[in-house]
Ligand binder design. Structure first.
Ligand code: GDP
Length: 136
């Protein structure tokens, strides 16, 4: 078993798609181990995306991630990190495969509905950033 960190981003919560995305998460075979609705502050979003601080879209990304509530999730499954990345699809919804969450719910490369950790080290950092051990 493996755990990964996921977010239903503010665009998807705002447009009323969180329930559909959670249903797809369960249908895909993930167990939800942690879940919380939270409106991130700009500082919290900047800390979360610190690895992207030098990227040109950092300001846009952190403004967007702090623009409204999102759903923070700890998901568990065999090979959960890769499985969740596959379930989400490519970063740019226009390039994501049919049947993926970003293809179905994302609007643009910035407003792409979901986040997922990309490696065991980032999953450990991201889960620890948002959840206390006791909550999981
Ligand atoms: P991910 O791992 O698939 O989420 O993609 P990255 O780690 O490359 O980027 C992190 C997040 O930054 C993405 O999910 C997008 O929301 C956002 N992002 C990536 N590229 C761009 C871009 O060119 N413009 C904007 N506005 N956001 C971007």
């Amino acid at each position: 078993m493996e755990r990964t960190f996921a977010i239903v981003k503010p665009d998807a919560v705002k447009s009323g798609k969180a329930g559909q995305i959670l249903a797809r998460i369960e249908a895909a075979g993930f167990t939800i181990r942690g879940m919380r609705l939270q409106h991130l502050s700009l500082k919290e979003a900047e800390g979360f995306y610190a690895v992207h601080a030098a990227r040109p879209f950092f300001g846009e990304l952190t403004q967007f991630m702090s623009s409204g509530p999102c759903v923070l999730l700890c998901l568990e499954a065999p090979d959960a990190i890769k499985k969740w990345r596959d379930t989400m699809g490519a970063t740019d919804p226009a390039k994501a495969d049919a049947g993926t969450l970003r293809r179905d719910f994302g609007m643009s490369i910035g407003n792409n509905a979901t986040h997922g950790s990309d490696a065991p080290e980032t999953a450990a950092f991201e889960l620890g950033y948002f959840f206390r051990g006791m909550e999981l």
